[in-house]
Design a protein. Structure first.
Length: 338
């Protein structure tokens, strides 16, 4: 297709959770207030009661502690999530244009900046005649893809923009994605024929969502099985767990990551590789939670173990991020919708 001869232009919106503008209590408070006011995340609690809890207890405390956490992972360029996402969007657009496709790619975050509404406005201004929205959650959940979908639909309605729009629900079993995750594990040094073990850690979600029909757990299990199969692993060599639960207002999906990591460290059977396939780019949950919360649990158990002469090593497998492999994954997921 010759772009110069075509009047059709596809706008692609990449959606993720988002990040504060700065690692300061004021900026983090604004970010958390928006996120924790989303009923997709906290629909299990009475709205009025939650509003009081949020305003009087959570925001005053969390805005400070979370700012400290963000500060530890912040880079000279900004938030790790945003830095990687900006570069990824540019590379995806460049890849499609190299194929001769008239495609423009923008970012829109569920919370913080740039918002989903601003991303859609940019695509409209760029002349998009159709839209493909890709929530960058390989495994969909009510609280992630569901929330992003709500915001896209509301923004389009407010803009009065009647445009063909396809929202990609998930890509948990996409072959290119599965192979890319497996390749990233190998690249980190994992040896399928050795005693190396593999932990798949996904973000936890509230159990009431599962009971209400959310298929997230089924998708995470399918992803882990597909990657393990690609690596040629038997079931004894890998396991699934769930990290970064937010609060105690309800039961969260288990087993908990810290409990699984502690058990693997205590076993002392060589190297433990830790991969987070549900996070498309490294973010607070990987840069902070893994290194400042999960790794210390492993180190403590492994240190105790090492006194007996055995050793256990923890190896983190980075997210796909802005790598060429990730560009190929997302272009393969998007391409059939163009």
């Amino acid at each position: 297709m010759n772009m110069a001869e075509s009047t059709e232009k596809t706008g692609v919106l990449l959606v993720n959770t988002g990040s504060p503008d700065e690692p300061t209590p004021r900026s983090v408070r604004a970010f958390l207030k928006q996120m924790l006011s989303d009923r997709r995340l906290v629909h299990h609690i009475n709205r009025m009661a939650w509003g009081l809890i949020l305003r009087l207890f959570i925001l005053p405390h969390r805005s400070v502690t979370s700012a400290q956490r963000y500060e530890k992972v912040w880079t000279d360029e900004g938030s790790p999530l945003m830095v990687a996402s900006v570069k990824l969007a540019a590379e995806i657009e460049r890849s499609f244009q190299a194929e001769g496709r008239d495609v423009v790619v923008r970012l829109g975050m569920s919370y913080g900046n740039p918002s989903i509404a601003s991303g859609l406005s940019e695509l409209r201004a760029a002349g998009a005649t159709s839209l493909v929205v890709l929530p960058m959650y390989p495994q969909s959940a009510f609280s992630t893809t569901g929330s992003a979908t709500d915001r896209v639909e509301r923004a389009l309605s407010r803009m009065k923009w009647d445009v063909p729009c396809e929202i990609i629900e998930d890509y948990h079993d996409d072959k290119t994605y599965v192979r890319a995750i497996a390749a990233s594990v190998r690249h980190a040094g994992f040896r399928p024929q050795s005693s190396d073990r593999l932990i798949f850690s996904f973000h936890s979600i509230p159990v009431p969502d599962i009971e209400a029909g959310d298929t997230y757990e089924l998708q995470t299990s399918a992803t882990a099985l597909a990657v393990a199969t690609e690596l040629g692993l038997d079931r004894r060599r890998w396991t699934i767990c769930y990290q970064s639960k937010f609060a105690k207002y309800c039961e969260w999906l288990k087993p908990a990551t810290d409990e699984v990591v502690a058990r693997y460290a205590e076993a002392g059977e060589g190297r433990v590789f830790f991969v987070c396939p549900g996070f498309s780019v490294d973010c607070l949950e990987t840069r902070y939670d893994v290194f400042y919360e999960v790794l210390p649990v492993f180190a403590q158990k492994a240190h105790i173990l090492s006194r007996s002469g055995d050793e256990a090593t923890f190896v983190y497998v980075p997210c796909l991020g802005k790598t060429n492999a990730h560009v190929r994954v997302l272009t393969d997921v998007i391409r059939p919708r163009l």
